[in-house]
Write a protein that binds this ligand. Structure first.
Ligand code: ATR
Length: 290
């Protein structure tokens, strides 16, 4: 279904994912199928790009309305926006760019964190069976391991939802810098091992610890994990990482990294089209292509 477009015409809205490499991206499968299913006249292309600036200068037609950004262009993309959402600015990277119809200006957003936070909130809501309007993260102690792009996104997202944020990182200075920006607490990974001010904390791993081929690694001991009620691992795999396996054994709710991607796809689809995302279809396409 990758290029199973309906007729392309002068009103077709062109989208794409900008990255290098890009051949492996599941996004064209996902968005083309989703556009078609809701009858949106749009296409979505894999765009192998060296220089974001050159690309955007060349493809500046108003028909090119939306881009997703992936490795290694999330920071470059930010520098090429006409206007930047405050959270994307704070994170220092964009995940999508939309051409404003009224004046053609390129608007940059970061919705990665919305996907991760939505997945965590969903896990919490499902576990307490509540449908409260407020965020279930509000007032909770939210520990983020890692202070790279994903760590920043999660820390800002948690803060936005009213959580008390703790950033733990191998390089302490980076944890300190991020914690001070979000108004949270910083610690080393060794300190995190002995950190237990309360039970029922929420944990998000954003480091590559536990990623293939080092699947026996974990950023936190099983003993320390028992203090958490929910554990999210940003590592993108439908399998259990060691962290998630041990968290599950300790009785925590677990949230897979794939949920972050699925949820951010819902958000991006809605930004691109202005229509509600066909969630079941998006989930199905992603699972099928994983
Ligand atoms: P991303 O954009 O995916 O978040 P990144 O910016 O490269 O990736 O950040 C990687 C994060 O994983 C960092 O927090 C890094 O810790 P340092 O700041 O100390 O480098 C963390 N990380 C990577 N490998 C690690 C390891 N073996 N042990 C602990 N932390 C690790």
């Amino acid at each position: 279904d990758l290029y199973n477009f309906r007729q392309i015409g002068p009103d077709t809205k062109v989208h794409g994912v900008i990255g290098k490499p890009i051949g492996h991206s599941k996004s064209p499968h996902l968005y083309n199928a989703a556009f078609k299913s809701v009858g949106f006249n749009g296409i979505y292309l894999p765009l192998l790009v060296d220089s974001v600036k050159n690309f955007l200068t060349t493809y500046s037609s108003p028909d090119f309305v939306g881009y997703s950004y992936t490795i290694p262009h999330k920071e470059d993309g930010l520098r090429c926006c006409d206007e930047i959402d405050p959270i994307a600015q704070a994170i220092g990277a964009i995940s999508c760019m939309i051409r404003r119809p009224t004046d053609g200006k390129l608007m940059g957003y970061n919705v990665d964190y919305l996907g991760a936070i939505a997945a965590i909130e969903e896990g919490l809501r499902a576990s307490n069976g509540t449908t409260n309007v407020g965020s279930p993260l509000a007032g909770k102690l939210f520990v983020v391991i890692g202070a790279g792009g994903a760590g920043k996104a999660l820390a800002y997202g948690g803060k936005e939802k009213g959580a008390r944020v703790v950033v733990a990182n191998r390089t302490f200075e980076k944890a300190q810098e991020l914690a001070s920006k979000v108004g949270g607490e910083a610690m080393t990974l060794a300190e995190l091992e002995n950190f237990h001010p309360e039970d029922g904390m929420i944990l998000a791993n954003t480091t590559s610890v536990g990623m293939k081929p080092n699947i026996d690694n974990t950023p936190l001991s099983k003993k320390a994990l028992s203090r958490y009620s929910l554990v999210f691992d940003a590592i993108y795999t439908p399998k259990l990482t060691r962290l998630l396996r041990e968290a599950q054994e300790s009785g925590a709710i677990i949230v897979y990294g794939t949920e972050m991607f699925i949820n951010q796809a819902f958000v991006q689809f809605e930004r691109f089209t202005g229509l509600p995302a066909p969630k079941e279809l998006i989930r199905e396409v992603l699972v099928r292509n994983t």
